[in-house]
Design a binder for this molecule. Sequence first.
Ligand code: AMP
Length: 421
Amino acid sequence: MASSSEPLPGTSDLWEPEVGDWVALEAAARRVFGAYGYGELRTPIFERTDVFVRSIGDETEVVQKEMYTFEDRGGRSLTLRPEGTAGVIRAVANSGLNQGDEKRVFYMGPMFRGERPAAGRRRQFHQIGVEAVGPRDPVIDAECIAMFVQFLDEIGVTGSRVMLNTRGLGEDRAQVNAALRAFFAPRAAEMCEDCQRRLDTNVLRMLDCKNEACQAIVVDAPKMIDLVCDESRAFFASVCSSLDQLGVDYELAPRLVRGLDYYIHTVFEVTHSGLGAQDALAGGGRYLIVPPGANKPVDGVGFATGMERLLMARQSLGLAQTARPEADVYVVSLGETSVAPGLALAQEIRRSDLGLRVRAETSGRSMKAQMRTANRLGARLVLIQGESELAAGEVVCKNMASSEQVSVPRAGALAWLRTNA
Ligand code: AMP
């Protein structure tokens, strides 16, 4: 049995040096998305349940099986956010969006889904996502995909594939559903139980069933592009030509529909071979969502990428962060009266522009015990002050790698660190 100090399955504690990788990813996202005029938005981690159910759709895997839903003391049903788009749309609607305005936002943070944990599949995972809310314009879809491709370039993730398809408009649904039902009905007996139910409730969902037997049938299903109306076809052609103009490589994925109900027109997924079975690095598309309390739907386009998956892709390319020592410098203080001057010296280094991580002795232990601590922390540089050094206004400086040791005037300690760091 798992010990009670272990994190729950599908969740994890995040330590250095991996935290450094996460911070670098977040910084790259802020830089790239900022360059396209997207601003950061932080929405609550939990929302009223209907915020998600209404926009994601009640026949979806996420809503049916994966949401962490609970009642608060007032008996309201609340849910830990399983994805970012629904909350962003609620927030944008709440802040007011005028006709014709475009609001560009990005977000990053934890999402929660009660899935069966596996490599690359977590119950608490972290997404970075963007939404361009407002105009329904195919050029924005293409620019959004191009932006993600640039982001991947900047974080060194090469070898990804952009898979692209259309879901058509809401008005196409009846025709699409009828054609898919006609195709699947005679084959339903060979498909999984979920798909047999979906045949009546939400036939589109049958296209992205992960079951192997179902997949074997899905490969021959009609292509979305052949089922949608002329307007949808023209919109998709325009997305493709904009991507061509922006120099983005993509592949057509005629049966990609993505799991959530709110999509219209463009859907895309980015995959990476370094990820194994869960090979999706990002997914997104154009959507139409009625915000809570509103009666008119809002248009938008966006994507979300999994931070754990981005880091796995980087790792598969040999780009993971190497371990960093806990401290670069250790200040040894010999004798109780030298502890306070030692701490003062440490403060001076921390306030300087050297950017070094400094730990200092706090209790005046033996030289041997302090050097052991310096080694355990991985400190490359050690500064030593005993009572005689204090009296003489000097510091003994030791470079642990070369074992070189010199005595310098107290005022020269920072200069010595600068040349040895
Ligand atoms: P989705 O909204 O399901 O398409 O998710 C978008 C991206 O988030 C996926 O492409 C993955 O990179 C990531 N993701 C989704 N679910 C999980 C999960 N359970 N664990 C880790 N990453 C996930």
